[in-house]
Design a protein around this ligand. Structure first.
Ligand code: ATP
Ligand code: MG
Length: 177
């Protein structure tokens, strides 16, 4: 799977609609402190189904919604859209994943315009080895975390990189039935 475009509105500091094209290869995000670099990576993770507010640096999930500034009122919703290309099949398939959160109403997910569960989105990305915890997303402090990781944690990282963590999700699911 290749992510081609990231669009966000009302997410954290990105109060106005932002539209980013992601070209093939390695993408780096540069800019002054506090300009929103980490917020962009968090937007990607969030749309992939990240459900821990802490890993979004918030107390609750609604903290991802633009909270307002002196000159601009807060927003009531945040929306992030990922446009990707599913490669490897007979034909490349276009994929659109949207997550939206509204104050007091929680999150809703759509895949190609269809309402789906959070779990469907998580599985979609887990299988493509690009999930919210994917090693393909190198966030602040991640490099030193890999170096300092315990063997078990490092194994988890390798499994994510090898693309087999989707199998674990499915196995846990089957065991619970
Ligand atoms: P650094 O170089 O220090 O790592 P950065 O470019 O990664 O900085 P971010 O951490 O992405 O910056 O952005 C931080 C900014 O986002 C802060 O100014 C913070 O106030 C703002 N911010 C975070 N959440 C919200 C929110 N819900 N509403 C409005 N602004 C927000
Ligand atoms: Mg940062």
């Amino acid at each position: 799977m290749r992510i081609k475009r990231l669009r966000l509105a009302g997410f954290k500091s990105f109060v106005d609609a932002a539209d980013l094209r992601i070209e093939p290869g390695l993408t780096g995000i540069v800019g002054p402190n506090g300009c929103g670099k980490s917020n962009l990576l968090e937007a990607l993770r969030w749309a992939m189904g990240e459900n821990s507010p802490k890993s979004m640096r918030g107390a609750g999930m609604e903290d991802v919604i633009f909270a307002g500034t002196e000159s601009r009122p807060r927003r009531d919703f945040a929306e992030v859209q990922i446009l990707a290309e599913q490669t490897g099949g007979e034909e490349d398939e276009e994929l659109e994943v949207v997550r939206r959160i509204e104050r007091g109403a929680g999150s809703a997910y759509r895949i190609n315009g269809r309402d789906v569960r959070a779990k469907d989105v998580a599985l979609l990305f887990a299988d493509a080895a690009t999930g919210a915890h994917s090693p393909a997303l190198v966030s602040q402090g991640r490099i030193s975390a890999v170096i300092a990781a315990k063997p078990g944690e490092r194994r988890q990282m390798l499994e994510e990189a090898a693309g087999i963590s989707g199998l674990h999700v499915r196995r846990r699911d089957a065991e619970q039935r």
